[in-house]
Structure formats: C-alpha cells, structure tokens
Write a protein that binds this ligand. Structure first.
Ligand SMILES: [Fe+2]
Length: 306
C-alpha cells in the first residue's frame, strides 16, 4: 500500500470507529446521469457540495438552475454552512453549477491540480485567448495526491486517480469515498479512458489504489446508467462489492486484460452529447464565457477536432 492510500485507510478506520460520520444526500440528474452530493458534519453543520450540475438545454442554448436550486434549498433547510465546492474532475457530460452555488452559499471551489493540463489541452482546442490563464486560478484550491482538508470536524484526504482524465480526484471524507469517474456500480463497470489525456492503464492503477481501502468502505459514484437487467438507478456501493464483482475490474482481472477490454469498448462509444459545452465551461471552473458586446455569451463548436 502506498503511503497516501495507507493514510486514507487509517482515516476511514478512525471514522468508522468514531461517532462522527458524514451525512450524505445524493441528487440524481437523470438527463446527464450525474449524481451530485451534499456531505455534512452533523456536529458542526459544515458541508461540502460535490459535482453539482447546471441544467443545459443544448438545442435552445439555454441554462437553468433548477437542479442547483434544489441543492440550495436542501442546504438552507438543514441549516448547513458550505465550506467546500468539490469537483472530482472537469466533467465532459454536464456543466458545473459551482460558481452559481458559491455565489449563493459561499465555500471554496477545489479540483485536482492536474486541471492545469486539462486547461492547456482544451484551451488550445477552443483557441481561447490569453485572458484564460491556464494556471488553475479559476479555482480557490488545487489538490495534489494526499492533501488533507476538513469539513467541520470530519477529516478528509484526496487521492489522485487519473485515467479517465489526467485531473481526476477521489475524495475520502470520513468513512466515505467519492470516486468521481473511476468506478461505476459493480454491474456497470468503469469509466471510459479515451478523452484527451485519458489512459486506460492509469485508470486501472487508480482503481486498484481505491480497492485497497477497507472492504466496508462506502463508495459514492458520480454516474449511473442502469446496467442491463436493473430497473433502478444506484450510486452507492462498497469496496468489497467492487472487488468481488465489478464486471470490468474485479479481483483477478490483470492490467493488460483491463486495458484490452477498456480500449476495445471505448472505440465503440460516441462522444458524450454535451462534451463541447461542458469542457469549455468546466475548464473555467464552471464559469460561462464572457458576454460579447451585444451582451450575449457564446460557446464555440470546434469542427473536426475531437
Ligand atoms: Fe467524467
């Protein structure tokens, strides 16, 4: 076990033995299959919001805050104080509502420090001018592997889990782990690794780090698509369940087997519907591009690039 995973392991065990466990509320966005979470410390009411969604009707070019407003209502009605807005990565399937939530509720916006690489790749793809700094300065904190933070009295530690994108982070918060786009439910498998900067081999290694954590560890996933034969959406599982039965990466699947499977499967997947609007906005920490001189904001569609 590497030193950061063993620190995460110790933190999870401490949390399981103590009375202080994070309270977790999920918000599922069916149009993008995304799960957002509000995590809070029952003792202090301190909270973090993970992977929020700004509704977006692409055909109309219209954003909406219905999903984010549901989170605001939950935070207010439970008397929570938002300390963190955490992104597990720059999502390619939905726009983040983090700036809108930050404006309403406060809190520091954080993501993995490798976001700078993502900003460089996509800054070029979108041919963004020098006003876009590509230094992560849109965020209040950039996390490296093994960084620690607190939500009230609850301890948290970050794990850098690249592969789906270079910047993916998993957040270990008390006895729960927010896996971002690494693992999905055991019957659905794993995240794709074919976006710019993605790497199936890295994804396998990242997942193996997560699966070294104690087997009772609660895992909260970022997406669910209902596997064949399952009628309900699901987003919570355990390390033990993933080790035993994840269809792509259960115990015994080798790195080479995983890479062959992932590469073959990724070649059959089309780009997510909202990748161009999502990445364009999320590389800026969820901020929409500045308005042009007529007061309207525009998104770009690079042709024949992806
Ligand atoms: Fe993703």
């Amino acid at each position: 076990m590497d030193p950061v995973v063993s620190q995460a392991d110790a933190l999870i065990r401490r949390s399981r033995e103590s009375a202080v466990k994070p309270a977790i509320q999920a918000f599922f966005d069916e149009p993008t299959n995304t799960v957002s979470y509000v995590v809070h410390d029952p003792a202090t009411r301190a909270a973090a919001i993970i992977d929020s969604v700004l509704d977006f009707d692409q055909a109309a070019g219209r954003t909406d805050t219905k999903s984010a407003d549901a989170i605001i209502a939950y935070v207010r009605s439970n008397g929570l104080k938002v300390e963190w807005l955490l992104e597990t990565h720059a999502h390619a399937d939905h726009l983040s509502a983090a700036p809108y939530l930050q404006n309403a509720l406060g809190g520091k916006l954080a993501i993995g420090r490798e976001i700078i690489r993502v900003q460089n790749v996509f800054g070029k793809i979108f041919n963004v001018g020098t006003e876009f700094e590509r230094d992560g300065s849109e965020f209040d904190r950039l996390f490296a592997d093994g960084d620690r933070f607190q939500i009230g009295e609850i301890e948290a530690i970050t794990l850098h889990v690249p592969g789906h994108t270079p910047a993916d982070m998993a957040y270990v918060i008390g006895d729960a782990v927010f896996t971002g786009d690494t693992l999905f439910m055991p019957d659905y498998g794993t995240a794709r690794a074919d976006f710019p900067g993605g790497d199936a081999r890295q994804l396998y290694r990242s997942i193996r780090r997560l699966l070294q954590l104690p087997e009772e560890t609660r895992l909260f996933l970022c997406h669910d698509y209902k596997a064949d034969g399952r009628d309900e959406y699901a987003w919570e599982t355990t390390v033990g369940a993933e080790r035993a039965s994840n269809i792509h990466v259960h115990e015994g699947v080798s790195e080479d087997e995983f890479v062959a499977m992932r590469t073959t499967r990724d070649a059959t997947l089309s780009m997510p519907k909202l990748i161009l609007p999502s990445v364009q906005v999320n590389m800026r920490g969820g901020r929409l591009p500045e308005s042009e001189d007529n007061g309207t904001r525009y998104l770009k569609l690079p042709l024949n690039v992806l």
